[in-house]
Design a protein around this ligand. Structure first.
Ligand code: ZN
Ligand code: ZN
Length: 303
């Protein structure tokens, strides 16, 4: 597969492309500057676009440790997506804002050094809050990130209150969560939704709200052609007995993915590694295998 790295000269490219679909060719010729080509081999690539580093304060290993692990595992594509800092607010469990520049510079450095072994992409896993629209733009346009992974752990309710999805009081919160994820998807800033079924880490029985929340996220991703991530970290958390007498992993949740499958959403596996040895471990292999076994529209790249 040939990868073309391009630079867009107008903002909000994805929204613009949707609007001018019929004149896309003209548009590309006029506004897109081709920077480089990378031959990444076959379409069936080993890849991971969900990688943390010790900078987020709850993971181990430097950027280079993860690159070495990716090379040893035979990956062709590696995306860094450490927990993004915000300039004026600390949601916790993330890199300090003062390290952002160094993180990006280090990924750039490694991209150059290891370019013959694998292709490295520069990203962040980040929460959505409407007030940070300018910040997402700065990250993508000025700081030249290749992608943003929507990692919605802290979500904003319609009242403006910020909540943590790990502590959902009832399945009503799943609906608010799904609305927040959908709002984020519609901005066009996010290439992938990380662990879109993470809410099922909570122990609430499956009900109508669960069904509606899953449908909302899947429909929204499908309508905006955003990829959903089948996350290996749910498998690392192991199975447990939930109160509706079901023994399952917290996520990925089969019922969520049944709905996503019907919507025909593109799905990628993400390691969500917090130590270099997790890069392509048994859980990541299980994620790749299970997503394919479920019959999902599996992809190995987000570009
Ligand atoms: Zn996450
Ligand atoms: Zn993560």
């Amino acid at each position: 597969m040939i990868y073309i790295q391009v630079q867009f000269t107008i903002p909000n490219i994805s929204q613009y492309i949707k609007k001018v679909n019929t004149t896309l060719l003209y548009f590309l010729t006029k506004y897109v500057k081709i920077l480089s080509y990378t031959d990444t081999g076959s379409d069936n690539m080993l890849s991971n676009f969900h990688t943390h580093t010790k900078r987020c304060l709850h993971a181990y290993g430097s950027e280079e440790d993860y690159v070495k692990s990716a090379v040893d595992s035979g990956l062709e594509l590696l995306g860094f997506s450490d927990h993004a800092p915000f300039p004026d607010y600390d949601f916790g469990y993330r890199m300090p804002y003062s390290e952002l520049e160094e993180y990006l510079a280090e990924v750039n450095r490694l991209r150059e050094i290891y370019k013959d072994k694998l292709t490295i992409f520069k990203g962040l896993e980040i929460e959505y809050h409407p007030k940070y629209s300018d910040y997402y733009k700065i990250l993508l346009e000025d700081m030249k990130l290749d992608y943003l992974l929507l990692g919605e752990h802290m979500y904003t309710e319609s009242s403006g209150e910020i909540k943590n999805i790990f502590f959902a009081e009832s399945t009503d919160d799943y609906l608010s969560y799904a609305q927040s994820v959908c709002q984020a998807i519609e901005t066009g800033f996010f290439a992938v939704v990380a662990h879109p079924d993470i809410m099922f880490i909570n122990d609430h029985k499956w009900d109508n709200n669960c069904e509606k929340a899953c449908r909302l996220i899947a429909e929204c991703a499908s309508a905006n052609d955003v990829i959903l991530e089948f996350n290996a970290n749910g498998f690392r958390r192991n199975k447990m007995l939930y109160s509706d007498d079901i023994v399952r992993y917290p996520y990925p949740h089969k019922l969520f993915w049944d709905i996503a499958k019907k919507e025909g959403v593109r799905v990628i596996a993400g390691s969500d590694c917090h130590s270099p040895d997790q890069m392509y471990d048994e859980y990541m292999k299980k994620a790749v295998h299970t997503a394919q076994e479920f019959g999902l529209k599996f992809v190995s790249t987000i570009f």
